[in-house]
Structures are given as structure tokens and as C-alpha cells.
Design a binder for this molecule. Structure first.
Ligand code: NDP
Length: 285
């Protein structure tokens, strides 16, 4: 088929601030190049007061879609026409499709995690302990609930936030959500299938360790971390040493990108190419 617009690219990108250290652009553009797509991903620094103009600009210029990162994940809702199911439950959007001028909000944070998890196990019927109750934890909890998890226990320093996330799970998904306050060394209950660190502990610090009683981890359990840099966190090293199956945050980030591009173009980029690009950036062997 001949290209009817050989000198025009399909535009996508990201709106956030600060934006200069977000490596998503490098990962996605490597995927586009590898797939031979005539698409671009533009990393834009958008201040809170300019978000509406940026969204209208993307629609006016015929962008295919865009990501929203901090601080726009909630503020963008008022500019959208529709919300996907999980984004409506989570109450935050990080990926927008523009279809026939309509703006549809999605949340790919939890979906990226889920895709990564499914490479080792199906969450259906599983008992899960989730540390953290911020934006990443909320998205992960809702997606795991919608994917058929049996029970999700949310453990957080601020117990009120844990209750909010557990409440969303119980109210909107088939899973049972439980909330636990986190003080001192948290024990992982017997019978837990999957343990997830969705706090920011470990970001940029390979020695930082969430206060978890490591003796309560069991061989064969899945232990996942959302931290993408460094990917092999202290928690994952300890879990691996105890015979657990470990999942790093790099997989979640790559799969978020893949899910976003599938929403925009209906095409699946090569995870290996994107992973290698990030490893090069994070200097991981
Ligand atoms: P938030 O700020 O919304 O939430 C941070 C969470 O970490 C809260 O639950 C907070 O607890 C907890 N926390 C922070 N410090 C401590 C501590 N010292 N002890 C116990 N709990 C602590 O951040 P996000 O949810 O947006 O992001 C969390 C992490 O996930 C970040 O590091 C981010 O980089 C990463 N992430 C990774 C992605 C990926 O693709 N791999 C995607 C999205 C995020 P409290 O509520 O009590 O303050």
C-alpha cells in the first residue's frame, strides 16, 4: 500500500512537569523505529495551568494520543469525553486516546503491572499483599481485582489511604479488599501468593528496604517491585535468595508503554527492544 502522507508523522507524546528525566520517550521511539512505524513520541513540559491548552492543542493537531504523568493524572479528567472502566474506578488517567476528535482516558499503570505479572502467573484466585496506597498501588489493586484476584491486603503507613484503596477493590471488583496500618516490621501472612512493593522505597537507592519481615517470605511466592531504577532492588535480591520468583519494575514500565501504543495504534511493540533501551539508560547489565 502506498503511503498517502509520506512527510507527516503520527503524533503521540507525554504531558508532565518536570519532564526532562522521563525516559519513556526513548523507550517508545525505539519501539516505533523497530516496528518501522512513522510515529513520533514528543516529551512535552506542560505546567498545571497550561494543561487545557495542551490537550486542545493535541486534538487540534490530530495527535493519536498522549500520556499524562505527574502532576496531571487527575486534573486531565475534566478535559476528557470518556473513561475506560479501570480509569473510572482508579480516578486517574495516564494515557489518552484521541478517536474522531473524542478524548478517551485510560490508566495503564496497573495494566502494565498485570501484563508483567502474567508472564509468571495468573492473578485469578490469588491472595495478594500490596505494600503502599499511592497512585501506583491504587492502579495495581484495581487491575488485580478486575483480573479476578481473590483477596488484596493493602498495607500502608497512612492507614486511611490503605482503607480507601481496599474499599475501591471491595466495592468495584470481585476481590475482597483488606486494609492494614504499617508500623514496624510487617509480616507476610501464611498462604500469600503474591507480595508487591508499590511504595517509592528503593527508588534511586539499591540498599533501601521496605520494613518487611523477610523471614515470612516463602519459596515459590511471587515478589514484585514497582521500582524501575535500580530494577534489582534490595527486596528483590532478598526474595530471590529465599527461592521466590521476582518481578522488577522495568517490566511494568515497558508493558505500560506497550499497552499505550496498543490503545493508540492497535499494534504491539517489541518488549525486548524497549527493555534494552531502558537498561542502557539505567546502565543495567
Ligand atoms: P505516591 O507518592 O502516590 O505513593 C507513595 C507510596 O509510598 C505511599 O503509599 C507512601 O506511604 C509510601 N511510602 C513512601 N515512603 C515510605 C516509607 N519510608 N515507608 C513506608 N511507606 C512509604 O507514589 P506513586 O504511587 O505514584 O509511586 C510509587 C513508586 O512507584 C514510585 O517510586 C514510582 O517511581 C513507581 N512507579 C513505577 C512505575 C513503573 O512502571 N515501574 C509506574 C508508576 C510508579 P504513605 O501513604 O503512608 O505516605
Amino acid at each position: 500500500m502506498t503511503d498517502k502522507a509520506p512527510f507527516r508523522s503520527d503524533l503521540t507524546g507525554s504531558f508532565s512537569t518536570p519532564s526532562g528525566n522521563n525516559p519513556t520517550v526513548a523507550m517508545i521511539e525505539a519501539g516505533y523505529r523497530d516496528a518501522g512505524m512513522k510515529a513520533r513520541f514528543i516529551n512535552c513540559d506542560v505546567k498545571p495551568e497550561a494543561l487545557g491548552d495542551a490537550v486542545r492543542g493535541a486534538r487540534a493537531m490530530g495527535w493519536v494520543g498522549f500520556n499524562c504523568s505527574l502532576p496531571h493524572k487527575v486534573a486531565v479528567l475534566e478535559h476528557l469525553d470518556e473513561l475506560a472502566e479501570s480509569a473510572a474506578i482508579i480516578g486517574a488517567v495516564n494515557c489518552v486516546q484521541i478517536r474522531d476528535g473524542k478524548l478517551i482516558g485510560n490508566n495503564t499503570d496497573g495494566k502494565g503491572f498485570l501484563t508483567s505479572l502474567r508472564s509468571v502467573s495468573d492473578p485469578k484466585g490469588k491472595r495478594i499483599v500490596l505494600f503502599g496506597a499511592g497512585g501506583a498501588a491504587r492502579a495495581i489493586a484495581v487491575e488485580l481485582g478486575l483480573a479476578g484476584a481473590a483477596e488484596i491486603t493493602v498495607v500502608n503507613r497512612d492507614e486511611g489511604k490503605a482503607r480507601t484503596v481496599a474499599g475501591l477493590v471491595s466495592e468495584h471488583t470481585g476481590a475482597e479488599g483488606k486494609a492494614v496500618g504499617w508500623s514496624g516490621k510487617a509480616k507476610v501472612p501464611e498462604g500469600t501468593d503474591i507480595v508487591i512493593n508499590a511504595t517509592s522505597i528503593g527508588l534511586g537507592d539499591a540498599e533501601a528496604l521496605p520494613e518487611i519481615d523477610l523471614e515470612t517470605l516463602r519459596p515459590g511466592q511471587i515478589v514484585a517491585d514497582v521500582i524501575m531504577n535500580p530494577p534489582m532492588t534490595h527486596l528483590l535480591r532478598e526474595a530471590k535468595g529465599r527461592g521466590c520468583t521476582v518481578l522488577d519494575g522495568l517490566g511494568m514500565l515497558v508493558n505500560q508503554g506497550i499497552v499505550g501504543v496498543e490503545l493508540w495504534f492497535g499494534r504491539t511493540l517489541d518488549a525486548g527492544v524497549m527493555q534494552e533501551t531502558l537498561k542502557g539508560i539505567f546502565k543495567v547489565s
